[in-house]
Design a protein around this ligand. Structure first.
Ligand code: UT7
Length: 337
């Protein structure tokens, strides 16, 4: 081995563009209260959600993914990337994965493309996976998309879940770059605990051959684990970066519940206003929630270039994931479908 082989690697993956897409259709709390035994006051006080978006019958998860992907390419000012990683837990079909179709529809050619399934942690898992593709020199740039249509798997008659989720998509372009550049992904923390796999699930065909297969969640237990796991994961990436929690400018947690956002921010000792809350109008959009929250925070100028930024997700599996970066100069592109 030569001494140069031992030098720390200064290469990194850099976020170069951000795109989002939301369905135009909005379902407000009052709309749900007309068909379910619930009310606006309960939903707002327990979750912070006022409304959520829902795709029309002719819009698929793949359509949302393509729109967010096009917008991310536009934001990055590129028309080609060397790979596509798509995070979703609501695929339009079990097989094949949607990423190759996204690559095809975006005119990206015969690039490597595959789906990642880590439920609400999928976007950050996707970022880490794409970093691996760049490090392995499989590609020089990768489109990471997170797209979800929970309206297709949530039982509309179940008040415990129907009020929580919304549809949407977000995407980033990652390119190879240097650790010192703004936008470079500086640290990751990924984990899972399959012992709690039953807490968030959709039954399989063999488990429920004749029944309806709706999404189910043990809300209270998930809540407690979400707070604990997200706080632990965020603290690990901060430690990796030698960032004291008080020195983090913007914390972008998975947007499941405003109470969870506040509880995790409290555990991290973050001053008020540092944790992004962007779920009031879109609900919990699962894997798409972090890129949608990034776009929301940029439009409200909560997030600005140079900010020490931590992304932290939690979801079914159970899975959790965090990433740290200095936010780069970029203009997000957002559309509705
Ligand atoms: O994205 C993946 C990760 N997901 C999460 O992190 C979600 C974690 N969980 C949560 O956000 C919260 O647990 C929920 C929002 C799902 C529920 O809030 P909670 O404060 O934990 O309520 P709970 O489940 O303990 O239910 C309290 C009461 C129950 O009634 P009783 O048993 O006390 O009479 C529920 O039946 O609220 C009732 N309830 C509702 N009432 C009106 C449950 N859903 C509703 C509803 N409207 N929509």
């Amino acid at each position: 081995m030569r001494s140069s082989d031992l030098r720390p690697d200064s290469r990194s993956a850099v976020i170069a563009g951000l795109g989002t897409c939301l369905p135009v259709g909005a379902v407000g709390n009052a709309d749900l209260a007309r068909i379910l035994d619930t009310d606006d006051a309960w939903i707002r006080s327990r979750t912070g959600i006022a409304s959520r978006r829902q795709v029309s019958d002719d819009v698929s998860m793949t359509d949302l993914a393509c729109a967010a992907g096009v917008n991310a390419l536009d934001s990055a000012g590129v028309s080609a990337v060397g790979g596509v990683v798509l995070a979703t837990s609501t695929p339009d079909r079990p097989c094949p994965p949607a990423a190759p179709e996204v690559a095809h529809r975006l005119g990206l050619g015969q690039v490597p493309a595959f789906d990642v399934s880590a439920v609400c942690s999928g976007f950050v898992y996707g970022l880490a996976t794409a970093c691996g593709l760049l490090a392995a020199r499989v590609a020089d740039s990768v489109l990471v998309v997170a797209a979800e249509t929970y309206s297709r798997i949530v039982d509309p008659a179940d008040r415990a879940t129907a009020v929580l989720f919304g549809d949407g998509a977000g995407a980033v372009v990652l390119r190879r770059g240097e650790v010192a550049e703004p936008g470079a992904l500086l640290a990751f923390d990924l984990g899972s605990d399959g012992a709690d796999a039953e807490l968030i699930r959709v039954p399989g065909v063999r488990e429920q051959p004749d029944g309806e297969r709706w999404f189910a969640m043990a809300g209270r237990k998930v809540y407690l684990r979400a707070v604990e796991r997200m706080a632990g994961s965020a603290l690990r990436v901060m430690k990796d970066c030698s960032w004291a929690p008080g020195s983090v400018d913007v914390f972008v947690p998975h947007q499941a519940n405003l109470r969870i956002v506040d509880a995790v921010a409290g555990r991290l000792g973050l001053p008020p206003g540092r944790a992004v809350s962007a779920l009031a109008e879109v609900g919990n959009t699962a894997a798409a929630s972090i890129p949608l929250a990034l776009a929301d925070a940029l439009s409200s100028r909560v997030l600005t270039p140079g900010a020490r930024t931590v992304l932290t997700a939690f979801g079914g599996g159970l899975t959790w994931a965090s990433a740290a970066l200095i936010w780069p100069q970029l203009t997000p592109v957002s559309t509705e479908v």
